[in-house]
Design a protein around this ligand. Structure first.
Ligand code: G3P
Length: 231
């Protein structure tokens, strides 16, 4: 399962690239709005940092407008994936773009039948929103599991991108279910590293190493102090 960041915040993206684990970025209109940059400039800046897929969403009413916007976004960089919403217009636009060879990410997916539509238009990614299903007291992971199963049974090529992940347990669960990609906020990605026993272990190793080096230094100074005058 590949690990993507769900953010448009350049500093966080740079940090995660530095960790050597980031394989892509997803953005959405809400995340882009927080950054206060022109959207094409923002997308360009992200694609300059991340070598993997960068999903950028089209915001428009009609399929024609979405197709035009999608083509324009795709022209920004070769790793732009065009995000279209799971609406009739969005799916129609996604179908046109996918036929042109543009990688499409179908977003706002909340049911298995919507995921089937995404696969049938040849989308590169389908994005079920796990956390938002949990928010309405349903089981987001059951939806993810159903989609993964349907895609395997049907042999669909579309990759399942688990989105709206809110905590590390979501990430681990998505991996167990066979999601191809997990996208998460920076705060969740940071937490993937954490374990108190790792911290305790590091403290002990560092303390023991320092004591060991100090003991060796003492030994060296004893030897040089006593053995220096034998001639
Ligand atoms: O990738 C989809 C994601 O941005 C939605 O997350 O937390 O707003 O439900 P959230």
């Amino acid at each position: 399962m590949k690990l993507f960041l769900d953010t448009a915040h350049l500093a966080d993206i740079e940090t995660a690239v530095g960790w050597g684990i980031l394989e892509g970025v997803t953005t959405n209109p809400t995340l882009a709005a927080r950054e206060g940059m022109e959207f094409p400039d923002l997308v360009k800046a992200i694609t300059d940092i991340v070598p993997g897929p960068v999903s950028a969403e089209v915001v428009a009413e009609t399929r024609e407008e979405m197709v035009d916007l999608g083509r324009a976004l795709r022209a920004i960089a070769g790793n732009v994936y065009v995000k279209v919403p799971m609406t009739r217009e969005g799916v129609a636009a996604g179908a046109v773009l996918a036929r042109e060879g543009v990688p499409v990410n179908v977003t706002l997916v909340f049911s298995p039948t919507q995921a089937i539509l995404a696969a049938r238009i040849g989308a590169a990614f389908v994005s079920p929103f796990v956390g938002r299903i949990d928010d309405i007291a349903n089981d987001g992971m059951s939806l993810l599991s159903e989609i993964v199963e349907i895609y395997a049974v049907q042999g669909y090529d579309t990759e399942v991108l688990a989105a709206s992940l809110r905590h590390p347990q979501h990430v681990a669960h998505a991996a167990r279910l066979g999601a191809d990609i997990a996208t998460m906020p920076f705060s969740v990605m940071e937490k993937l590293f954490n374990h108190p026993l790792t911290d305790i272990g590091m403290e002990r190793f560092n303390a023991d190493w320092e004591a060991y080096q100090a003991a060796l230094a003492d030994k060296r100074s004893d030897v040089s102090g006593s053995g220096g005058g034998t001639r």
